[in-house]
Design a protein around this ligand. Structure first.
Ligand SMILES: Cc1cc2nc3c(=O)[nH]c(=O)nc-3n(C[C@H](O)[C@H](O)[C@H](O)COP(=O)(O)O)c2cc1C
Length: 508
């Protein structure tokens, strides 16, 4: 507590009296805050706060804010003191029938040994996550065409394996921005990690340490940045993803703090001047019914989902001119995340960036943006044609993310010139459905897939995974996937996903 009210004890009854728009106090982690003047500045709208006016808001607050969000955003005099917990009126949490059914599905999860691939985590996550978390993690922009295309694009690339090469031992270790990685993948930034599991992004930090991969810490993590750095093992490499704040002083503070704490790469997100419309998420209406303190408040946008609620600070004015400023405030390598065509890749190269991520934000921004893997083919081709430059190349590294679900996907990207690929949702689904063991299993599955597929490809090391090993001639053929394709439905059995235990399935 940083105000002059340290040590002051306030009764729950007193807090409960401040339950209006005119005087709104809330309790978070046993501390009382006067948020009256902050109501209209809250990025998620005032309505959600008013629902908890005079009450303990910790449970709602935790998954969508870093622990220090409230202390850093409210002036010290608004930190009123500690609450006498014995006198706090509990907000009654009703367990709905839907929630009871969800909990039954959690009990009916198949054992981890039956989870055979990353798709399986998604199938189980859909059954066992809360609706709110599933909506935020799985949603994508508009009709979600780009989201589906991200994975489908990999289906248009085929292998040209080599034979009779000694693959007794295969080694898929590599370097990312000069740092060791046990596989050519990294954990890309995904916000609001606690929606899926109480430990949030720390699940990723710990698994990254165990498996020797690199985690990119998101600006909008549910855990605080320092928690995630403190949670790392000595020497563990972490990157940081940055949403650029309109207030550059805040951005500077975040960047320099990250550098001081040893972060090894700054990934600036450049594809989100405004967050895309993620309708599944918006339908969840974070500011739900039931708040009667401010009936008739027309100023509240009732269509905000988690994404919009947290993102209003992002600067749509970010431009190429800002790059020099970034270089002046940090020595960390700067990588632009969200490059989508060769022209911008060239500018990033010419302006001295250390790399680019060819990404469409997991299909969450511009629908009908092309997949990262398709853009990779274009970018590599143009660099060769116009500049005589080939990849992979130290000094300017190309990364790809979106739709990566198999080691074969990764190997295709590596063959085409990517240094490594980012994986987002599969890791969220893994820990949301099975906690730390889930993410451990996800990385083990990938490792096993790398080992087998490199053998079958005839590539003993990552350096042996070369352009000639893939046929990507069809990559730009955009075929829209027809849901419920008749031929597929009637002639073939669909792929099966992991499912609940038989007895439970019969009951539900
Ligand atoms: C739930 C979720 C939250 C995300 N949050 C961020 C973010 O805060 N910043 C960012 O640059 N990208 C964010 N992304 C995009 C990812 O970094 C990445 O581009 C994308 O997830 C890759 O696609 P994949 O999920 O199919 O692997 C998010 C993606 C998801 C699914």
């Amino acid at each position: 507590m940083s105000g002059g009210n340290e040590g002051k004890m306030i009764s729950g009854k007193t807090v409960a009296e401040h339950n209006t728009r005119e005087s709104c106090w809330i309790i978070v982690h046993g501390k009382v805050y006067d948020v009256t003047e902050f109501l209209d500045d809250h990025p998620g709208g005032s309505k959600i706060i008013l629902k908890y006016a005079g009450k303990d808001a910790t449970e709602e607050y935790d998954p969508i804010h870093p622990p220090d969000a409230i202390t850093t955003n409210l002036p010290p005099e608004k930190h009123l003191g500690a609450v006498d917990q014995s006198s706090v009126e509990r907000v009654e949490v009703k367990i709905t029938d839907a929630e009871k059914e969800r909990l039954a599905r959690v009990d009916a999860r198949p054992p981890l040994s039956e989870i055979l691939n990353l798709h399986d985590f998604e199938a189980i996550a859909k059954l066992v996550m809360t609706e709110k978390a599933w909506a935020y993690y799985s949603s994508a922009a508009d009709d979600e065409i780009t989201n589906r295309e991200n994975h489908i694009a990999y289906h248009r690339i085929w292998f040209r394996p080599r034979i009779m090469r000694d693959v007794t031992r295969v080694d898929f270790t590599t370097k990312i921005l000069g740092h060791d990685s046990s596989m050519p993948i990294y954990m890309t930034a995904t916000a609001l990690g606690k929606l899926g599991h109480p430990d949030g992004e720390l699940n990723l930090t710990r698994a990254a340490a165990k498996h020797g991969v690199i985690q990119m810490i998101p600006t909008l993590a549910s855990c605080s940045f320092d928690e995630l750095v403190d949670g790392a093992k000595p020497g563990q490499v972490q990157f940081m993803q940055l949403y650029v704040n309109k207030d550059r002083a805040i951005t500077k503070r975040i960047v320099q703090h990250a550098e001081e704490r040893g972060v090894k790469g700054l990934f600036i997100t450049v594809d989100a001047p405004q967050l895309g419309r993620r309708e599944k998420d918006m339908r969840q209406k974070f500011d739900d019914e039931g708040a009667n303190v401010q009936k008739g408040d027309a100023s509240v946008d009732r269509n905000q989902g988690a994404a919009r609620a947290i993102s209003s600070f992002i600067d749509p004015g970010l431009s190429w001119k800002d790059l020099d400023w970034f270089k002046s405030i940090t020595k960390m390598p700067i990588i632009l995340k969200g490059v989508q065509c060769w022209e911008d890749a060239f500018i990033a190269y010419d302006q001295g960036c250390a790399g680019i991520v060819l990404s469409n934000h997991g299909g969450r921004q511009l629908d009908f943006a092309r997949s990262g893997i398709e853009v990779l083919v274009e970018v590599v081709e143009k660099f060769k044609e116009k500049r005589g430059i080939t990849f992979p190349r130290p000094g300017f590294e190309i990364f790809v993310d979106g739709g990566v679900r198999r080691a074969t996907d990764v190997l295709k990207a590596v063959a085409l010139g990517a240094t490594a690929v980012g994986i987002g949702r599969p890791f969220l689904y893994a820990y949301s459905s099975y906690g730390p063991e889930g993410i451990d299993q996800a990385l083990t599955i990938l490792r096993d897939e790398f080992e087998m597929n490199m053998r079958l490809l005839g590539a003993p090391t990552i350096k042996d995974v070369v352009p000639d090993m893939v046929d990507a001639r069809s990559i730009s053929t955009h075929v829209v996937a027809v849901p419920g394709d008749r031929l597929y439905d009637s002639n073939y059995d669909s792929m099966q996903s992991a499912t609940l235990k038989a007895a439970a399935k019969a009951k539900l």
